[in-house]
Write a protein that binds this ligand. Structure first.
Ligand code: ZN
Ligand code: ZN
Length: 149
């Protein structure tokens, strides 16, 4: 199975931003650090709550805008978490999908895309020009299965 550890660093994200003409400004750097602290899906509002207090508080609009920038340079993926909330998960750039535990949020990223045959068939049958797709897989991780029994 081609699952992949995708531990990004702030340096890698900074490089990625630079390649796309963005600078890692001070507020963006604080947001990137907060993003990297999450190894499970998080919502924009969670980050707003984490960063919105204190003397160096970062405003909601900046958080939302920066998350969109990070998604646009492909180090953050928008997903729908098992409870139905729009969430984000960080990861190394490239085509990727996620397997999520619906009890604890543990996330496994996999890069082996199983959709190619289906997409070829769909394109042939419908004459759509297919541009992209999402696939999320939900389940119960081994440690949550254990604590259930
Ligand atoms: Zn779990
Ligand atoms: Zn895919």
């Amino acid at each position: 199975m081609h699952s992949q550890e995708t531990h990004l660093t702030e340096i890698e994200i900074e490089d990625r931003l630079k390649q796309h003409g963005y600078r890692l400004t001070a507020p963006r750097s604080v947001i990137v650090e907060a993003v990297l602290r999450h190894n499970r899906p998080f919502t924009a509002e969670q980050l707003v709550a984490e960063l919105g207090d204190g003397p160096d508080a970062i405003g909601r609009a900046t958080v939302y805008r920066t998350l969109e920038v990070l998604a646009s340079v492909d180090v953050l993926t928008r997903i729908v978490s098992p409870d139905g909330h729009p969430s984000y998960i960080s990861g190394a750039p490239g085509h990727r999908h996620h397997l999520l535990c619906e009890e604890c949020g543990t996330t496994v990223t996999f890069t082996a895309c199983p959709m190619n045959d289906l997409i070829d068939t769909l394109a042939t049958d419908t004459h759509f020009l297919i541009k992209d797709h999402t696939l999320e897989v939900f389940g119960i991780c081994p440690s949550c299965q254990e604590s259930r029994s």
